[in-house]
Design a protein around this ligand. Structure first.
Ligand code: HEM
Length: 361
């Protein structure tokens, strides 16, 4: 008989077999120690895994928060105040959730930049680049709906943008408007989006994403001579068990950092929101779009977001040279750097400018 790891063993366990051998025989755990390249164990190649670790923290803290959050518009803000002031460790759990949400956006963006710089989106990994973009969109969806749930001024204004966007999209955006359901308030439906729809889409995408990483193997190290091409599946000088151990180490560091941030700077909450007033700015990851909304209204917001995702989606189909090394791909990297600079510039400008009303009503 052969185990998942390819080891032969007899149908009867050896008399002196240790505890782990017996467990391994039943669960095939040694099968996880499949070969992977050594460079996959460095931090830049673990940013995706670290993002996933952040999501596990978000799920755990999110489940705790859901026991006390009330998605009814009349009670939502009050229930967040209750979480902060009455629930044992409620403020801490909410703050870890808040900081984890910010950190997964940072690690996901750094992961995207690593994949871009090392040319890891090239053949045969184009589909995984697109799935990654889907994951990024869902991640931003989580942040957006989470912002609304607080039901403070920032949340009420975010919801107003959600409505306007829905109306702009016409038939395609009806789900985002109050007209879609007369029996369930839109805040409650966005809460359902946050805790059921988005997690379902995220789970589906992450299963495909990880499946493709496993099937295609990690992209080769982007040396001067490296080319995209034959998958590195199951080829390497390290193994996945080592990778997982290192990832757990980085993950625990991330967890400690979240704990410190949560204790030092608890998640903010404004007063109960007043509809029809616009005095706040969006969370930092949406700031680059804010000046465009100033200039072109809600349409500017939609068009710039679509253009950005289309540009990113086109990357593997435009950059078709086989080279992985950044030195051999100067044009693409300069274009990427300019785009990043423009986004950071717009974000800083929005951060420094005063909030401006954009919406009609
Ligand atoms: C937002 C949540 C995301 C999660 C949880 C995630 C997770 C992962 C994981 C665990 C890996 C294995 C290698 C590593 O950790 O670097 C990976 C690889 C990969 N990801 Fe992501 N990812 C996400 C977003 C993205 C984005 C935004 C992109 C790009 C648009 C992307 C594109 C890729 C590609 C092309 C690979 C293969 C890289 C290689 O073989 O070197 N991912 N991802």
């Amino acid at each position: 008989m052969t185990t998942m790891a390819g080891r032969r063993h007899s149908p009867v366990p050896a008399p002196g077999a240790g505890f782990w051998e017996k467990v391994d025989e039943r669960l095939g755990l040694s099968g996880w120690a499949y070969p992977i390249p050594e460079h996959a164990n460095s931090l830049p190649y673990m940013l995706g895994g670290l993002t996933l670790f952040g999501f596990l923290i978000l799920i755990a803290t999110g489940i705790l928060l859901a026991q006390f959050y009330n998605p009814d518009p009349a009670n939502a803000h009050e229930s967040v105040v209750y979480i902060i002031t009455q629930v044992p460790l409620g403020d801490f759990v909410r703050s870890v959730h808040f900081w984890a949400a910010n950190l997964v956006v940072v690690t996901a963006l750094l992961h995207l930049i690593r994949v871009f710089v090392t040319g890891s989106y090239k053949r045969p990994r184009e589909v995984n680049w697109l799935v990654g973009l889907g994951l990024l969109a869902v991640t931003l969806g989580f942040v957006f709906t989470g912002t609304v749930l607080k039901w403070d001024q920032e949340g009420v204004e975010a919801l107003a943008h959600n409505r306007e966007m829905g109306e702009l999209l016409g038939v395609w955006g009806v789900w985002f408007t109050g007209e879609f359901s007369r029996s369930v308030p839109i805040l409650t439906r966005l809460y359902l989006g946050h805790v059921t729809l988005l997690p379902a889409v995220f789970s589906l995408l992450i299963i495909v994403h990880i499946y493709l990483v496993k099937q295609l193997g990690m992209s080769p190290r982007a040396t001067e001579a490296a080319v995209s091409g034959p998958p590195t599946k199951e080829q390497g000088d390290s193994n996945f068990a080592v990778h997982l151990r290192k990832l757990t180490g980085y993950g625990l560091l991330l967890f400690s950092l979240l704990g410190i941030l949560a204790l030092a700077w608890p998640a903010p909450l404004g007063r109960a929101g007043v509809p029809g007033v616009e005095v706040t700015k969006p969370p930092w990851m949406f700031l680059p779009f804010y000046p465009l909304e100033d200039l072109f209204g809600i349409r500017g917001l939609l068009v710039s977001a679509v253009v950005l995702f289309v540009l990113l989606g086109a990357v593997p189909f435009v950059d078709r040279s086989p080279w992985l090394s950044p030195r051999r791909r100067r044009g693409v990297l300069v274009a990427g750097a300019l785009l990043l600079l423009a986004l950071v510039g717009l974000g800083v400008y929005a951060w420094m400018s005063r909030p401006v009303p954009h919406l009609m009503g």
